[in-house]
Design a protein around this ligand. Structure first.
Ligand SMILES: NC(=O)c1ccc[n+]([C@@H]2O[C@H](COP(=O)([O-])OP(=O)(O)OC[C@H]3O[C@@H](n4cnc5c(N)ncnc54)[C@H](O)[C@@H]3O)[C@@H](O)[C@H]2O)c1
Length: 371
């Protein structure tokens, strides 16, 4: 008879680093596998469409009770559940909170994340892990993957808007994915953040990094542009600023012009998830409604963009759609992040931790309590 003893692993941030969480090349390759599974359909995410990004706690803008958090941009708690197939065949959930004032007020990162993996058959927890680096890495790696599939092969310049952690992960990934890249230009409203970005990225990636004082100077004429602003501002990337053949790859919020959307290759991370965002967003009261990429949905609804022309990164990774990499047509990649990415990278970390004997074993029970 098999043992009913239940033991799971706890992996601290140090254990995650020892397990290889910062290995960007492997993370990009893992994201390639994850997006191939997404394209083939070998996954299930939460919610009734099986494609929900996750479930969010929507704190009211004006709480009526003492101590209840106040809702606002980048001010949230969220749970993202899912199942990833292929060689992974595992369920996972990422649980995080975000407070945009954390760095200044509490000396903590803006968001704090934990990840749980469960055996997909028995539901037994396999591991609970610190997930800040894991989540940042998978976000950056997907930006790198978008560059691998979408950027022109002669791309030499990268413009970076916002110099925070997500932009650092994205920059590392793009530099790995596009060997022809020679120069990075960064803009952040916080000059100190730009200075640190410049110092760290220049040293880690051995690439020339320049700081600029105006948003558009990090956009105009760049071959690849990425943006990861936090807070309540949504920047507008003007059509005339984005050069022919350029890739605008966005893990963060942004607005673009209608003409750009109609002309560019539009590549979401997962189109079915983006559609679910709209369904769920419409259920919110009008003054709290946030639907990512609402302009894109409106153009699809009005028939100005054909839905059949939108191929997500899953389809492209699975070989079910291609884009002409040499084309002068501009490319627009939008990422809101999917739990499948976290599950894939977390599973690689769990396997590495088991192999290397890392982390603490937590005994949930020797024998389950029976009523
Ligand atoms: N797509 C995904 O999978 C994914 C995953 C994680 C985070 N994100 C998003 O990425 C964003 C950034 O995350 P982070 O952890 O790096 O945040 P952060 O708050 O640590 O850093 C953000 C940076 O943006 C800068 N900034 C703010 N407003 C700006 C403006 N108007 N112009 C230029 N710079 C500005 C800030 O000074 C800061 O340096 C968040 O909005 C988050 O929601 C996306």
């Amino acid at each position: 008879m098999s043992s009913s003893r239940l033991v799971m692993k706890f992996l601290s941030q140090q254990d995650m680093i020892a397990a290889g969480v910062t290995d960007m090349e492997r993370c990009i390759d893992t994201m390639d596998e994850v997006f191939t599974l997404l394209g083939k359909g070998d996954y299930v995410m939460g919610g009734s469409t099986r494609n929900s990004h996750g479930q969010r706690i929507w704190f009211p803008k004006e709480p009526k009770f003492e101590g209840m958090p106040k809702g606002g941009p980048d001010q949230r708690f969220m749970s993202l559940p899912g199942y990833l197939g292929g060689r992974f065949k595992v369920c996972g959930n990422k649980w995080y909170g975000s407070n945009v004032n954390n760095p200044q007020k509490h000396g903590l990162p803006r968001s704090i994340l934990t990840m749980t993996l469960n055996d997909a058959e028995t539901a037994s927890p396999l591991a609970v892990m610190e997930a800040n680096i894991l989540s940042g890495m998978r976000t950056g790696a997907v930006v790198g993957l978008s560059a691998r599939y979408l950027a022109r092969e002669d791309s030499e310049t990268l413009g970076v808007i916002a110099a925070g952690p997500i932009s650092k992960f994205s920059t590392s990934a793009i530099v790995k994915a596009v060997p022809s890249l020679k120069k990075v230009t960064v803009f952040d409203i916080n000059k100190e953040a730009s200075r640190i970005f410049c110092e760290e990225m220049g040293e880690q990636l051995n690439i020339d990094v320049t700081i600029v004082n105006r948003f558009e100077d990090a956009v105009i004429g760049q071959d690849i542009i990425t943006s990861a602003i936090s807070g309540d501002h949504t920047p507008l990337f003007k059509d005339e600023w984005l050069k022919e053949g350029s890739l605008l790859t966005l893990p963060g919020r942004a607005n673009v012009e209608k003409n750009y959307l109609k002309e560019a290759y539009v590549v979401p991370d997962g189109w079915e998830m983006q559609k679910t965002y709209k369904i769920e967003g419409l259920m919110l009261p009008e003054d709290e409604r946030t639907i990512p990429h609402i302009q894109l949905h409106s153009l699809v609804d009005s028939g100005e963009i054909r839905e059949s022309d939108i191929n997500d990164l899953g389809k492209i990774a699975a070989g079910l759609a291609t884009i002409d990499k040499a084309s002068d047509k501009r490319r627009y990649f939008i990422s809101n992040g999917m739990i499948l990415q976290d599950i894939g990278w977390a599973m690689v970390m769990y396997e590495n931790a088991v192999e290397k004997g890392l982390g603490q074993d937590l005994v949930m029970w020797e024998q389950p309590y029976r009523v």
